[in-house]
Ligand binder design. Structure first.
Ligand SMILES: *Cc1c(COP(=O)(O)O)cnc(C)c1O
Length: 362
């Protein structure tokens, strides 16, 4: 069957050497998350008025001016998404339009010119086609795609770069974290405040989280739970995942209050819960109340969600004073929701939400 790609001329160039790099690439036995890098990357450049120089390049170091605003002022927005190819000939992207929409929102927050959706989609499809032979075929594995846009113009004046570069790199990957998470509650540092960049997927948010994350990791925990900036009283999210709690049998998750990253996995789980008639509340969740409810057995389960991890059970919340709060159940409701979501992502179940987008690779 002729594909649309075969009938329309390809709009991007392919650097010589890509074919050889792809042909000699071998998928290792163990993938981990983000440890194996696809041998090609997509690149496009914005000169202040239009996007051009679209090409598939061999994966390798980027040239960047030392004074580039991406390096000096963290002028960078990114996405994290997956292409699945489990039990199907043609791979599929999960909610690519929503990932583009979020990249656009992140860009607007940093006043970075918005990458056209057509360039975003062309890059994704170019990467999925090139990487198709090594998109993992095992359930829960996928090709993780990391599109990002950054300011390339050098200068210390505090304004936006007029020139940008868009890159997509990819990693055949397992899920980010397979076991149950030990979560450290952060009582001092803050990740995001009202009016800040918490809702944008931008490197600066991660910079703000590094000290607490590294300290938590040194104490043996997997990830930090962030609280609101002024009061340290309400639950926000984990460093790269949104949080859900099962309280009195109902699902609860912090509302999108302008500081939380609006996860596409979070949104997908909410849609699935609604479809399945599971009661769900998006609200302000007080940390001390949540801990009390874990102690009293009313909060029976906690889990995290994000593209990389899908749905990760939480085995315990650990407070700054070392107190441990372990919910009675680990991976019960979480396992149900993970399977409901994954069955759509892997197209074992009907996609009534219209979330998956097939890419014809031949
Ligand atoms: C990317 C991200 C998430 C998860 O978003 P998904 O769209 O579900 O992958 C959650 N929190 C932060 C801070 C993130 O950067």
């Amino acid at each position: 069957m002729p594909t649309s790609a075969a009938s329309t001329p390809r709009a991007y160039a392919i650097e010589s050497g890509c074919a050889e790099a792809l042909a000699s690439f071998k998928l290792p036995q163990t993938l981990g998350f983000g440890l194996v890098t696809a041998p090609v990357m997509y690149s496009a450049e914005f000169d202040g008025s239009s996007w051009s120089n679209k090409q598939l390049l061999k994966y390798g170091p980027l040239e960047i001016l030392p004074g580039a605003r991406a390096l000096q002022y963290a002028e960078l927005v990114f996405e994290g998404m997956k292409a699945y190819r489990v039990g199907k000939d043609q791979p599929n992207l999960f909610r690519p339009h929503d990932h583009w929409r979020r990249l656009a929102n992140s860009s607007e927050r940093l006043s970075i010119p918005v990458l056209p959706e057509a360039v975003f989609m062309e890059g994704l499809e170019a990467m999925v086609r090139a990487c198709a032979p090594f998109i993992p075929r095992i359930s829960k594995q996928a090709l993780y795609l990391r599109p990002f846009v950054y300011g390339t113009e050098a200068g210390y004046l505090i304004r936006n770069s007029t020139t940008l570069r868009f890159i997509i790199i990819a990693n055949p990957s397992e899920v980010y974290q397979s076991g149950a998470l030990s979560v450290a509650i952060e009582r001092l540092d803050a990740r995001a405040a009202n009016g800040g960049t918490g809702t944008a997927k931008t490197g600066g948010n991660y910079a703000a989280s590094l000290r607490a994350s590294s300290a938590a990791s040194a104490r043996g925990h997997h990830v930090v739970l962030w609280l609101d900036a002024p009061e340290h009283r309400y639950v926000q999210e984990l460093s790269g995942m949104n949080l859900f709690a099962v309280i009195d049998g109902n699902l609860h998750t912090p509302e999108l209050d302008g500081t939380i990253l609006p996860g596409i996995t979070r949104d997908s789980l909410i849609a699935i819960a609604r479809r399945d008639g599971m009661p769900l509340q998006q609200r302000r969740i007080e940390i001390d109340e949540l801990l009390r409810q874990v102690r009293e057995g009313r909060c029976t389960e906690l889990f995290a969600c994000g593209t990389a991890a899908i749905v990760s059970p939480i085995k315990q919340l650990v407070d700054a004073d070392g107190a441990v709060y372990a919910p009675a159940q680990v991976d019960t409701i979480a396992a149900q929701l993970r399977e409901s979501l994954l069955s759509i992502q892997e197209r074992r179940a009907a996609d009534t939400f219209g979330w998956t987008r097939e890419v014809q690779v031949g």
